[in-house]
Design a protein around this ligand. Structure first.
Ligand SMILES: [Zn+2]
Ligand SMILES: [Zn+2]
Length: 361
């Protein structure tokens, strides 16, 4: 671990000194940016991540695909999502919100209100174990967020954009609504601060977590084997989470919410192993229509979906929903989701007698 840290620190220093500082100076921005090392670290992490997706995961999809597609047309938008998020949205968010939260980024003041190191000082002398504990907590927080993203209709309105993709590929991890990203990042960063994760550990958590999630979305026929697949999420595991509704087993797709450790699904009874890959996407025609839109339209329509749910009581009632033509969430208990998918006709607006009393009235 120490060798890795030393190598990483040297690479960050080189990039900061040779690229970031001269670039900022040339742009006359040096006076405004106080943390060239932070910027260098971020861009290095991002470049490593994109290179691994493009040069490792993407070739795997050609060599050994889980699903054969006639073309990759609808994966292109997800690649744009990844590049925009990694090189544009995340740096802005990190420097405007996370850096002030982390107090300028010093690794020495990694003390949270409920610091793990404070509670178990012994872990302070075992950096790898401490990192694994952080990793487990980080992943548990993601698991709980993910359950809520599926269970709370207004949050599903946002998260459903991620699920509308029918060609799930190595680029799909970052296909999200930006409001959803913001909520997630604030919660995860908040918990990390609370338990005393240092900025460097946080960066490593994010990079390795993201990479595993990129692999999890990759269209590759890869399983880690019957033992390891229960320890780490593999591509088949997350592909099952993205499955479209199975007409014979309509609850089967409510599975595999964990991003890194399947342990959380096993503990909470939501794990699904040994199932062959299913087609991915959503049954709700109102959400599936995302596949015909560009990024800007997807973001705007998803926001309408969110607002349609957020302002209604039904948008706060826990459970799986689809959206009618007025963006009202309708519980899947009230219709056959599979039939809705095969008809490809969105749900009609509810009649005035049964219509929800809107919260805003
Ligand atoms: Zn999901
Ligand atoms: Zn996913």
């Amino acid at each position: 671990m120490h060798v890795f840290y030393d190598f990483w620190t040297a690479a960050v220093s080189w990039l900061a000194g040779h690229v970031i500082v001269p670039t900022l100076a040339a742009l006359h921005l040096a006076a405004y940016v106080l943390q060239p090392r932070e910027i260098a670290q971020y861009f290095l992490l991002t470049a490593v991540q994109v290179a691994i997706i493009a040069f490792v995961f993407r070739p795997l999809e050609s060599l050994w695909p889980a699903e054969h597609w006639p073309d990759r047309q609808i994966t292109v938008i997800d690649r744009s999502y990844t590049l925009i998020k990694l090189f544009g949205v995340l740096p802005l968010f990190t420097y405007l919100v996370l850096t002030p939260l982390f107090g300028g980024g010093s690794d020495d003041d990694a003390a949270g209100l409920v610091s793990v190191q404070g509670m178990v000082p012994w872990l302070g002398h075992h950096q790898v174990l401490l990192f694994l504990v952080y990793y487990a907590i980080y992943d548990l927080v993601y698991y709980l967020i993910h359950r809520l993203q599926h269970g709370i209709p207004w949050w599903w309105a946002l998260h459903s954009l991620h699920h509308s993709q029918r060609q799930l590929s190595c680029w799909s991890n970052d296909r999200d609504h930006y409001l959803d990203d913001l909520l997630e990042a604030l919660i995860v960063a908040g918990v990390s601060l609370l338990i005393g994760v240092s900025p460097t550990d946080f960066a490593l958590l994010v990079l390795s977590g993201e990479l595993l999630q990129n692999l999890g979305h990759t269209n590759v026929r890869l399983r880690f084997g019957s033992v390891l697949e229960k320890v780490l999420v593999d591509p088949r595991y997350h592909r099952l989470h993205h499955m479209r509704v199975d007409p014979d087993r309509p609850q089967l797709h409510a599975c595999n919410y964990a991003f890194i450790f399947p342990l959380w699904d096993i503990l909470f009874g939501t794990a699904l192993f040994g199932e062959p890959a299913h087609p991915t996407g959503v049954g709700d025609p109102m959400v599936d229509a995302d596949n015909q839109r560009g990024i800007v339209a997807q973001q705007l329509v998803t926001l309408r979906r969110f607002w349609g749910a957020f302002r209604r009581r039904a948008g706060w009632r826990y459970g799986e929903v689809a959206f009618n033509v007025n963006y009202e969430p309708v519980s899947v208990k009230d219709f056959d989701l599979h039939e809705l998918e095969s008809s490809h006709i969105p749900l009609e607006a509810s009649s005035p007698s049964t219509r929800e009393v809107e919260l805003c009235r």
